[in-house]
Design a protein. Sequence first.
Length: 343
Amino acid sequence: MKATLIESHGGLDRLLYQEVALPQIGPTDVLVETKTCGLNHLDLFVRKGELPVPIPLPRILGLEVTGIVTQVGSRVNEFREGDRVAALCRVGCEKCEYCLRNQENLCLKSRSLGMTLDGGYAEFVSVPSKNLVRIPECLSFLEVSGAPLSGLTAWHMLMSRAALRPKESVLIMAGGSSIGSFAIQIAKALGCRVFTTVGRDEKIEKAYRLGADFVIQRKKQNVLQEIRQLTEKRGVDLVFEHVGQATWDQSIDCLSRNGRIVTCGAFTGSEVSLDLWKLFSKQISIIGSYYGTNQELHDLFQFMEEQKVFTIIDSVFPLNASREAQAVLENEQHFGKVVLEVH
Ligand SMILES: [Zn+2]
């Protein structure tokens, strides 16, 4: 089969499009013919070798897989050939207290497609059957292509961790990112008042079209001043953070009394300062959030079906153009998901 892999860490030229052996499946695995593989910032970190975990090389990249079941292991009963599926990238150990509680996102020994296991920049990928979720018939592969990682992470943050409620006000950082575009749609469908930030003029209109009530151009406007003005100095109930160091202080300052901030990422840096006076005097809650669970991906698909929430596609590339696709992500030109369409 064809696949794009890395043999060493570094720039875009390390992405090699090659013929490789078809993956072997074990008794509880499923061989999935890849339809789409969504790109994520994590792919860039894996390629550059900038993650705290060592990446065994060579490695086929790609964490966000959808496709069709083509072969099932001898002990797999829940899936059969032809099923349309999406794969959760994190593979739990099935033994630790978190896995046994169906919180496999917190597994201490988890492995991940596209990082410590081969991923979806390939025509076929081997996935444990417990990591698969059926895609509803009425949703296309492209429509769900950003759901298994970006969408699921946003869903877990808003619904499970922050328990967002209708009519609350929420500030979604970087609304043009794939996770941000999911968060805007989910929050809007819930009936919230949605503020978001973008870094380029051409993204303003797109964010409004997604349902944002107010879009702030962060390079031309002061985000804190705008939020204070738009909320009559009150601030927002929830800030949806995934940017990190560059925006943290401002995100805290945008909160109302009893406000909460939920964060899942830190691609601009993870070291931040915290003024405890602000934390206790405003009764702020800081909530960490990490990926999501199999059940939540089921729930997200149902929500997407009912509420007409879809992956916002920025651009689609063939498997042999992963360098071009990653360059789009690296240059932050995109609005929504950059996708490899494999079959
Ligand atoms: Zn575990």
